[in-house]
Design a protein around this ligand. Structure first.
Ligand SMILES: Cc1cc2nc3c(=O)[nH]c(=O)nc-3n(C[C@H](O)[C@H](O)[C@H](O)COP(=O)(O)OP(=O)(O)OC[C@H]3O[C@@H](n4cnc5c(N)ncnc54)[C@H](O)[C@@H]3O)c2cc1C
Length: 603
């Protein structure tokens, strides 16, 4: 075995999982139960991962409360994705959905119940019965604390299965050898400031989203896209990063999320005239049209002077007609959020909301087993040996250009489980060995830290991060223009230079959160640049990517609603090295059923 030049401490595992959210813990559970030696790293205590904040529900066609089947779910998800989702992956997810939800139920998940004892399901945006005919009740919910219940359930099962958790450890970089195989990660133990090499036969990223590249975000502060940063620095492209979901109902001014479950339970969006304006834009689904659609309509109302409040800059979400009992039973957290963040009693008055950044549809490219794939020798989806990715940091792609609510928690369960199973099978098939580490395995991470520690001048991480967030907010918003996006590429390139010049005032090692923040900004810049470069290059409107310059009517014969399938029905791949773009085809072929052919996306 090659000698490591540095005296970096090393530990060895069968599998290292970075991330203890829903996806990481669903994967680790499969592995620990199969008797593999698995370590799960997390920047925070596992049950504080962002999955804990998920409110509305998990999508699965159980049909407990209205007629439903996975074919409807499949159709809705393809249409929701604006035909950028891969139909094999979407079929796999929708078919597996009931199974993973029942499994979760058997793990002890405290779902709300119907009178007959079955799992309670509420309607959600874009989920329909009979191929778009009417809303369906598909979101399996535990009040408005579904993610909280799910994350705690998975944590308890992992404790039982003896998963090893490394809490308050931050993975820094991937270790790849000269053949490109992944051999583990370097990681920083926050308590001591010490850097370790964590060797693994298989490494799995479950690091969540990068929602903190925007200024107004529903995301936790830890959502800095570290997995995306590590992948990008290690030469792996990021897929479809131009597609960011704005959630229609963030509390105006605060950014805190009010679940779509509010509208699922019957809440209504109203403009300054009290009008239920969604009836005009989406006659069938109304307030329950998909998120990209509703967010744009709200923005339109505000732009046309029908916003509410003294500055006419927000929309009212009205729940007063639901009654106090329903609100306290089904939406208790929303009631508290109204009180704490808007000083509003939602049982008595409407609450001000604005579209707020929420979710990244893109991420690290994978196949349906969770294996990371990159273009190589003419194969657009060649497997990277030893590396998997699941959850929000990955792009399978089931969400395409726009995710339907409740499909993310589902994605975590389905693909966390699938990746776990695939890894276990690989270990069963052949004896997996640790490959020899390259001699410079830790040098890159150590040099990044040494630069920070050696810096005596430069800017503070939070100043650069704030400017980055404001830049993204301005240049890659709900409605985009070509001019703004192109200018954004220049701004973000300048920010990258500033990131390289960040300084650290406090150089101490023990629990130095300033050092961690500086390292996080090095990850943020990768996601931000991937986003702005991919967006500026996509000359059409699709899903969450709506560009004024390319907007057309629904009846435009060539580009209905601005979508250009002939040229742009393809996935973007952004490479950090050389800041360049490539493209790969969308998979329109499901596994067993007929393809859903592209059509105009109206609701
Ligand atoms: C407020 C809110 C409400 C939502 N509601 C719903 C909903 O009702 N239904 C739905 O389907 N979706 C919902 N979503 C989306 C969904 O919750 C997320 O997409 C999903 O939970 C992400 O899970 P994850 O496992 O990928 O990552 P996360 O839960 O974000 O976990 C990421 C993990 O990675 C760790 N990590 C990150 N970087 C590092 C590093 N460098 N080193 C070590 N560890 C690291 C973190 O500590 C954490 O443990 C919601 C999202 C938000 C923000």
């Amino acid at each position: 075995m090659a000698e490591i030049k540095t005296s970096v401490p090393r530990r060895r595992f069968d599998v290292v999982i970075v991330g203890a959210g829903g996806s990481g813990m669903r994967a680790s559970l499969q592995l620990a139960r199969a008797g593999l030696n698995v370590a799960v790293l997390s920047k925070v205590f596992p049950t504080r991962s962002h999955t804990v904040a998920a409110q509305g529900g998990i999508g699965a066609s159980l049909g407990n409360m209205s007629e439903d089947n996975w074919h409807y779910h499949f159709y809705d998800t393809v249409k929701g994705s604006d035909w950028l989702g891969d139909q094999d992956a979407i079929e796999f997810m929708c078919r597996e959905a009931p199974k993973v939800v029942y499994e979760l139920e058997h793990f002890g998940m405290p779902f709300d119940r119907n009178a007959d004892g079955t799992i309670y399901q509420r309607p959600f945006g874009g989920h329909t019965a009979n191929y778009g005919e009417k809303p369906v009740q598909r979101a399996c919910a535990a009040a408005d604390r579904t993610g909280h219940a799910m994350l705690h359930t998975l944590y308890q099962q992992n404790v039982k299965a003896r998963t090893q958790f490394f809490v308050e450890w931050m993975a820094l970089d991937l270790i790849r050898d000269s053949e490109g195989d992944v051999l583990g990660v370097t990681a920083l133990e926050m308590e001591t400031g010490e850097v370790y090499i964590l060797e693994a036969k298989t490494t799995l990223f479950a690091t969540g989203g990068a929602g903190r590249i925007y200024a107004a975000s529903t995301n936790a502060f830890i959502n800095t896209g570290d997995g995306l940063g590590m992948a990008a620095r290690a030469g792996i492209p990021l897929e479809d990063m131009e597609f960011w979901q704005f959630h229609p109902t963030g509390v105006a001014g605060a950014g805190v999320l009010l679940t779509e479950g509010c509208r699922g339970e019957g809440a209504i969006l109203r403009n300054v005239n009290g009008e239920r304006f969604m009836e005009r834009y989406a006659p069938t689904l109304k307030d329950l049209a998909p998120r990209d659609f509703v967010s744009r309509c709200m923005d339109q109302e505000i732009k046309e002077g029908r916003g509410c409040g003294p500055n006419k800059d927000y929309i009212n979400l009205d729940m007063t007609h639901l009654g106090g009992d329903t609100i306290l039973k089904r939406l208790p957290s929303v009631f508290e959020i109204g009180h704490n963040f808007a000083n509003v009693d939602i049982t008595k008055e409407p609450i001000p909301v604005v579209p707020t950044i929420h979710y990244q549809m893109g991420g690290i490219p994978t196949n349906i087993h969770g294996q990371v794939v990159v273009p190589k020798n003419g194969n657009p989806n060649a497997v990277v040996n030893g590396l998997y990715a699941v959850g929000e940091c990955s792009c399978v792609s089931v969400h395409g250009a726009n995710r339907l609510g409740t499909n993310s928690l589902l994605d975590l369960l389905v693909f966390g489980r699938a990746a776990g199973n695939h890894i276990v099978d690989a270990f069963k098939r052949a004896d997996q060995a640790h490959k020899p580490l390259p001699a410079d395995a830790a040098d890159y991470s150590l040099s990044r830290i040494a630069r920070l520690d050696g810096s005596s001048s430069g800017e503070y991480a939070q100043d650069v991060a704030n400017d980055l967030r404001n830049t993204m907010q301005k240049h890659a918003a709900v409605f985009r223009t070509q001019e703004l996006m192109t200018a954004g590429t220049v701004e973000v390139a300048k920010l990258r230079e500033r990131v390289a010049n960040i300084t650290l005032k406090d150089k101490s090692k023990v629990f130095n959160t300033a050092r961690i923040e500086a390292l996080e900004v090095e990850n943020l810049i990768e996601s931000a640049q991937a986003t702005i470069e991919s967006a500026a290059a996509r000359h059409e409107c699709r899903g969450a990517h709506t560009v004024k310059d390319y907007e057309r009517g629904a009846d435009d014969p060539q580009f209905p609603l601005g979508r250009n399938d002939a040229e742009w029905m393809k996935h973007t791949l952004w490479y950090s090295q050389g800041n360049r773009l490539e493209y790969k085809p969308v998979n329109l072929k499901p596994l067993t059923v007929d393809s859903v052919p592209p059509k105009v996306r109206t609701f």
